[in-house]
Design a binder for this molecule. Sequence first.
Ligand SMILES: Nc1nc2c(ncn2[C@@H]2O[C@H](COP(=O)(O)OP(=O)(O)O)[C@@H](O)[C@H]2O)c(=O)[nH]1
Ligand SMILES: [Mg+2]
Length: 352
Amino acid sequence: MIAAITGIMQSGKSTLFSAVSGKTPAPPGHAEINEAIVYVPDLRFEWLVEHYKPKKVTYASIDCLDIPGFDFGDDGGRSMARKIFARIRLADMIVLVIQAYGQDPDIEENVLEDLGTMRTEYLLSDLETVYNRVEKLEKEVKKATKFQDQKKEELGIQRKILETLEAEKPVSQARLSTRELEVIRSLGLLTLKPMMVVLNTDEDDPSRSFDLSGIIGDDVPVISVCSKLEQELSLLDEINRAEFIAELGTGESAVSSFVASAYKAMGLISFLTVGDDEVRAWPIKRGEIAHDAAGKVHSDIRRGFIRAETMAYDELRKLGSEKAMKAAGKMRLEGKDYVVQDGDIISYRFNV
Ligand SMILES: Nc1nc2c(ncn2[C@@H]2O[C@H](COP(=O)(O)OP(=O)(O)O)[C@@H](O)[C@H]2O)c(=O)[nH]1
Ligand SMILES: [Mg+2]
């Protein structure tokens, strides 16, 4: 799972990247993409590790990319933007960092303007991609080259997308069917990707927030993070950190809210596998069935699926042990079509 951290220069991307990953940020002006793994913090997971004392612990994780900023204004900036966008197209989601720090009295206006700028850049990038694709497909259809049916099908879809983009709407609003989404998936359209917004706030007002729904609607998660403070925080040892967080009074750490929002944007939940050997968290799409979730663990388990022995974490926590769960009849044997729930602890019975 890849999250691309993007935004205008100086918005605080590298600082946020460093705050959530603990990795040293690239110096300002650094033109390379920086990568780090962010482990998904999960209190349930901590308890299970304590309970099962496994040999190995595997956290869920998100690969974060710190995308260098660029100036949209000049031509050099535009060609660099093209290169960078090519990389963002391979990501699973986009994190949009907006500068909300500083004492400028027009801060709200600036935030809305920057958000609008980024949104427009993504729309334009998709417009260019789809426009080129439509042109290419039209030529090929005229020439009657190979795979005519597929090409005509895709052309119809791309034209529909073009209409959406020309109306200045993101592709996510084009109401595409599962089949249509599959056909155009390899283009990696930016405005189709799940997105979240990070308002990079001021150390004097870390929970500063603005209503952005007029630009991005209500489904995009928005969080306020003072990356600078959080980055300093990530350098402290645990005791000092706890004191510092208590002083700040913000409660949740940046990593927790960052990951929670990323999961929400991508529609992800976690199920868990436990045992003496390994305790592991598995991210899956909300609504995924036990049979498909089994394939994540191993293709053999999917192929030889018999049952998913399932218990809910909350209940295990309450009753204290698997034995108590069995006695209380809380251990369920679910079939292939069972819709996996967040926090399900699953042990697969399979036969190959
Ligand atoms: N006051 C303040 N400055 C910040 C904050 N976040 C970033 N900065 C500063 O803004 C500048 C740019 O930050 P950086 O993370 O490199 O931005 P990037 O270009 O988006 O990667 C640096 O000098 C940071 O110290 C913040 O929350 N508060
Ligand atoms: Mg940077």
